[in-house]
Design a protein around this ligand. Sequence first.
Ligand code: TNX
Length: 517
Amino acid sequence: MFLRASLALLLSLTGLGVPTHTRLQAPVSLGSVVPVPVSTTPTPGVTFEITANTAIFVEPGSAQIGCYLAGILRPSTGFPAVVYLATGVGISLLLSGAPASAGAEGYQLDITATSITIRANQAAGLFHGVQTLRQLLPVTAESTTVQPGPWLVPGGQIVDYPRFSYRGAMLDVARHFFPVPAIKRYVDQIVLYKVNHLHLHLSDDQGWRIAIDSWPRLASYGGATAVGGDPGGYYTKADYTEIVNYAVIRHLTIVPEIDMPGHTNAALASYAKLNCNGVAPARYTGMKVGFSSLCVGLELTYTFIDNVIGELAALTRGPYLHIGGDEASSTSAADYATFVNRVQGIVAAHGKTVIGFHDVLNATELPSTVAQFWWTTTANATVAQAAGRGTKIIMSPANKTYLDMKYRNSTRLGLKWAGLIEVQTAYEWNPGAHVAGVGESSVLGVEAPLWSETIRTSNDIEYLAFPRLPALMELAWSPASSHNWEAFRQRLAAQGPRWQVMGVDFYPSPQIGWPTP
Ligand code: TNX
């Protein structure tokens, strides 16, 4: 290490320049992490080098995360990265010794010349610490093929924990269907920015995407369509379980959503008997909203919901079940309240906590119900009153967090109804003071929804999510006091080369000074 450093120094002093591969492999800066950590203390001049002899030392509670880290290191370094259930000198993942301030999801990361140690109170904290370490590795560590190295990590200490406990991404798999590999790919990309919930919008007018044994036509018939006549699809229960388990290992909670009473044309088309007039509508492949409603006065509606929620709750590992509730413009206000009140009871009877778009506050929310604010206004009396009663709010203001909004008029993908959202627009707001009367302690967190009317592929997802999703997750994770656009854009710029190695198709925003390759 010393030899290589002095060679580089000699070459630069003599004006010969540093050989390209050496320059590429200089350690990244300890200060380049997104979301920015609570505290970062570099140790100048100190680096840790991962070599063929570097082992990972774990305890029973951190073994899975050790294997996950080894799985990241092995393909690019070509090193064995052996995981030992023991103590030793190398990379250690410890469930002891973290400061109390780290809480349930925080960690302390220490990098010296001889060791890397991550300490946390719970496994989730170790996992987030590993994501920080992942960002401190040379960008080529993300490669799926063996790269030359050296594998230098900058020395110092990071102590870190989240501002909000709910840090979410949402993917609409109903307007267009995304198969299991696309979901896993997105999961791997978003956990790098400490996302801990992935909300899947599993049903809408244009498609029903989850197999329900007691109502099989929902998926087989209602799942066969998508926006624009594109191919549909649905998750079998085995597929869905595969997603849930993949997420569990990555400390990510899947939040399933069945949108109701509106956004239900696919279900109504699949079963004539669910319709008030007993006639099934045609399946729908357009982009309009607000025209469908479950039949609130029909008892079978609640049997249907009980069956669907029961089967979905049985597949769900996390506490939440999202009932949508948005844009129910074909349901009367009285029917809407009756319906939402009854459905909350069904969800509770299956042991789950309701999340609903903030429209559900027009009913009588249970004390445990979480409301997801999605409008573009910053004053909303209904939401403020609910917050005053102690209801927790997830912040998804459409003009800040909707990843399906275009960056600029010329953006190939996306919609514009909530405005254009450049990176700075996504970054410049405060989730803890955005809606009047909804203060920091009422906010459960931030979610970035990606509606899929205009998107079909993983590349499309990535182009709209990156770089806005990392910007939003910095608001959700990092302390409000660290909020600084200039500093953020520097750190974000360093992510560009990493996304290139990962094959992430990001939007090269002109607001960011991306390094030239
Ligand atoms: C509004 S946001 C919707 C969705 C659309 C989205 C498109 C919300 C709760 N409902 O049905 O897909 O706009 O941006």
